[in-house]
Design a binder for this molecule. Sequence first.
Ligand SMILES: [Cu+2]
Length: 289
Amino acid sequence: MKRLLLVLSSFLFVSVIHAQEIEDHDNMLMDHGGGHLMDMGGGMVMGQNLDTLPGGCDKISATKEITVHAGHKYAKKFPGRIFAFDVQEYQFEPCTKLTIHFINEDHVRHQWMMHGLPGYLYPKGMFHLEVTGPGKVSGTLILPPGDKTYLVHCDLAQHMEKGMKAQLKVGKGSGDLPSIPGVTEFVVQDDYSGAVPEKVSYAKPSKITTSKATANKQAAPTSSDSFISGMMVVGLAIGLLVAPFLAKKFKGMTAAEIATYIFELFKEVVNYIFQFVNGLIKKVSSGKT
Ligand SMILES: [Cu+2]
């Protein structure tokens, strides 16, 4: 009897483990405000929008739900790719309220990230689901009006290049994106025939040594190089000067937010210097003639 109980309980234990293979994060997510939901288990929704109509939408035109699977097994039919979504192309009516159930079947992190959305509704124009798998997470957004093709991908390093890329067309879309597995040509199409392309010649190591003259030529910076390094020095100097003033401002901001802020600031400064120099050149040249 004792033995039977043991067998039964271990069977129960195994089946419970099996049932939890795909972890459902939907009930564990904490709302951090601004459409950002997150849990400690690697589930995340960013840019969630349940009820704010994008400009140009009078009403929600349709309510749709899709389930997206992500995993290496979906890439098997695409030569040279390692990761993929189960579907590479979606199409919806403008102003559709769309709920995506994102299921990551791999034991790594994957995302379903959509770009190019209106920035006033979606931070950085992005809607994004993420789950460290295997797991499931769900999120909702309201698609903008108009005909446009949106990029959907996984933003983890090399996951898009390895095939985790799709396109979502609103209305008629605005064309096709490159390198969508099974849909459009790859930008860098690799060749699996094993043939050596005619134009490529492989130099023997002895031929690689360059003469001193050409070596010097290569080492000497071009004018644009020195301009860029000059700009970097200016950027660094400005950064060091303003850092103490900004330290207060950055309190409570995440590293990514700070980096974006500094980048924007630097862009503005460079723009200002550029305009200043441009003005100077104009002044000088107009004085000459
Ligand atoms: Cu991924």
